[in-house]
Design a protein around this ligand. Structure first.
Ligand SMILES: [Zn+2]
Length: 289
């Protein structure tokens, strides 16, 4: 077993077994920076590290990531260390400010046509979606995929039961008007690879709509390892507005934001990644904000 080789943007290598205080003996793969491929083993551990899940900042590009990922079909349930110091009222207000409705985002940003939801769970949200869109999904969990398929087939689409990258690789080029990555990219071993496949399956002028935890949030800076956006071992990519934009551009997209897509007071952020071509459509800062 070659345990020295690590994952980079374009490679997945053999797993090794580590002893976790929380999960016992657990198979993991080691990772280089998922944005630029740099090996940061010599960089200091950040304060967000927990148990065997070491968080590092790439010395070359600044991306913050967990340098191991769980390996296997049945990941353990995520552990959260979060303790909010904010009042219930304040959390409610921040929630209202930051949260978006996906049916509205799709209608504002996408041309009518096929919409792919990566990790669609039971696809309940499509009941609010305009009939101008035909919803599809990829879902790794077989029970959720079955529930999603019932909803999606009714609307003219379908659900693929399987891993995200494997499911994407089955799809033809240039078919979708929009691809949704709802709280997805922070969990992917190779997020750049997922975005490149997303770019391939979008038609010219198509858009990828992304939601991830906002590592640049003020609350993260206060809470450290107890920030609500950190979950172990599920969340392994920790995006700021800057590194999310860099990754979108590296995958071939132009990056757009609405007015409230990246608030420092919100624990989550959004981005619209547009594929070049298609009918010209102007995007403005007030769109979808
Ligand atoms: Zn890097």
């Amino acid at each position: 077993m070659d345990v020295d080789a690590k994952t980079g943007p374009d490679q997945i290598t053999a797993p090794l077994v580590v002893q976790s205080r929380t999960f016992g003996a657990i198979a993991v793969i080691e990772r280089n920076c998922p944005l630029c491929g740099h090996d940061n083993a010599g960089e200091p551990e950040r304060a967000e590290s927990f148990d065997v899940w070491t968080v590092r900042r790439c010395a070359k590009c600044g991306f913050v990531y967990t340098d191991k990922a769980f390996y296997g079909e049945h990941p353990p349930a995520d552990v959260r260390l979060s303790q909010s110091r904010l009042s219930k009222f304040m959390r409610f207000r921040l929630h209202l400010l930051g949260r978006k409705q996906w049916d509205v985002l799709v209608e504002v940003w996408a041309q009518p046509g096929a919409v792919m939801d990566l990790g669609c769970r039971d696809a309940a949200w499509v009941e609010e979606l305009s009939p101008a869109f035909v919803p599809y999904g990829i879902e790794p969990d077989p029970h959720l995929a079955e529930a999603a398929a019932q909803r999606l087939i009714e609307r003219g689409g379908t659900c693929i039961n399987g891993p995200i990258v494997g499911g994407l690789s089955m799809l033809e080029d240039g078919f979708f008007s929009a691809v949704l990555l709802r709280s997805r990219l922070q969990r992917e071993v190779d997020p750049l690879g997922v975005l490149r496949e997303t770019h391939r399956v979008l038609r010219p002028g198509g858009v990828a709509l992304v939601k991830v935890p906002n590592f640049g949030a003020l609350n993260r800076m206060i809470m450290g390892a107890k920030w609500c956006g950190l979950r172990y071992p599920g969340h392994i990519n920790h995006f700021t507005e800057n590194t999310l934009s860099k990754m979108g551009e590296k995958a071939g997209f132009s990056v757009h934001h609405g007015l409230t897509f990246t608030l420092p007071t919100s624990d989550t952020m959004y981005a619209a990644f547009k594929k070049a071509g298609g009918r010209s459509r102007r995007y403005s800062a007030c769109r979808g904000g």
